[in-house]
Write a protein that binds this ligand. Structure first.
Ligand SMILES: Nc1ncnc2c1ncn2[C@@H]1O[C@H](COP(=O)(O)OP(=O)(O)O)[C@@H](O)[C@H]1O
Ligand SMILES: [Mg+2]
Length: 325
């Protein structure tokens, strides 16, 4: 069910990679939703399935070896998991746009940046004339605060710094006024001072354009400053979901608590964990029961029996942990 306020609802999404070593269960029953005009932060350690989640939504999961095994990706009620390749070409860029950690993965080194933004506009606006397209592109360069838009548009990607390239990517992504922007680690490759500028730009533009954003980051600080809702991912599953306040001020899952450094160490009561001991389980050989239990200081026998389903521990705050049953 999708209501008017929900833009995207992912339901029980499962995605596997068929590799020579076996089946990598990258996503297991992933469910979350993004409301209109909202920023959802998707956070978790490297390798937990954040990028695979966004690739599934865009239907860009490399196939083979990847495959969506089950579940729904309801965008305004339309199930993108079932959409034809042609339908997805219409949606990508126009309704849902994406920016990545590495702008060069989307920018072509042989064309000027202006031409590339114009092309993005042209593809989805076949009725627009060249002059109008150029004007729109220049307007986007201005919106992302690239100095001297007309001159900058004539330059090539390598003539820009990392931060400026990311601004071009944002201009391109927002050029068709998408209802949803997926930003996958958009500032991870940038210097800290530039990171803050790009994040505040994204936030300003989000207000201006009214788009929803799914912001992916392994950095809790980025999520805390940007998001309204937070989904915490662990080994291919969302283990906790709530408002930014609920997650940061009252985390429930032992993993989230560990990430936030909230679990006192047993041996040194005054010290706090900076890193959770152990590593992500191998997605090729996932254990029975809770996927976090090998690293969990509070695990008991019941945690080995079956995967804990998410329960609503308080209003709007869900957690997949037996402690809250
Ligand atoms: N092309 C692939 N082939 C096999 N396994 C993959 C592939 N891409 C991703 N995976 C698996 O999916 C997991 C999640 O990857 P990813 O979503 O990229 O993590 P992150 O949270 O860092 O973005 C990885 O740990 C890996 O096991
Ligand atoms: Mg990633």
């Amino acid at each position: 069910m999708t209501d008017d306020k929900t833009l995207l609802r992912v339901e029980n999404l499962n995605a596997w990679f068929y590799t020579e070593e076996g089946i990598v269960k990258a996503l297991e029953n992933v469910s979350f939703s993004v409301a209109r005009g909202e920023i959802l932060g998707l956070v978790g350690e490297t390798g937990c399935g954040k990028s695979v989640t966004s690739a599934c939504i865009m239907r860009l999961i490399p196939s083979p070896p990847g495959k969506i095994i089950g579940g729904k990706i309801l965008f305004e009620g339309e199930d993108l998991a079932q959409a034809t390749p042609e339908r997805m070409r219409q949606i990508r860029g126009k309704d849902i746009a994406m920016i990545f950690q590495d702008p060069m993965s989307s920018l072509n080194p042989v064309f000027t940046v202006g031409r590339q933004v114009e092309e993005a506009i042209r593809v989805h606006n076949p009725d627009m004339g060249a002059a109008q397209i150029h004007e729109r592109a220049a307007e986007m360069f201005k919106k992302v605060n690239i100095p001297d838009p007309e001159k900058s548009m004539k330059r090539y990607p390598h003539q820009f710094s990392g931060g400026m390239k990311q601004r071009v990517m944002i201009a391109m992504a927002l050029s068709c006024n998408p209802r949803m922007l997926i930003a996958d680690e958009p500032t991870t490759a940038l210097d800290v001072s530039i990171q803050a500028q790009i994040l505040s730009l994204i936030k300003d533009l989000q207000k201006d354009f009214g788009s929803s954003i799914m912001l992916i980051s392994h950095d809790l600080g980025v999520i805390a400053t940007m998001a309204q809702k937070v989904a915490v991912m662990y080994a291919g599953s969302i283990i906790e979901y709530g408002s930014v306040r609920q997650i940061f001020e009252h985390p429930l899952h032992p993993y989230t608590q560990g990430l936030l450094g909230a679990i006192p160490r047993l041996d040194q009561a005054q010290e706090y964990l900076e890193v959770i001991p152990g590593a992500l389980p191998n997605l090729l050989h996932l254990p029975e029961g809770c996927k976090f239990r090998a690293r969990c200081l509070r695990a008991t026998e019941r945690c080995a029996l079956a995967r804990p389903a998410a329960v609503e521990a308080e209003e709007g705050h869900k957690v997949a942990c037996y402690e809250y049953r």
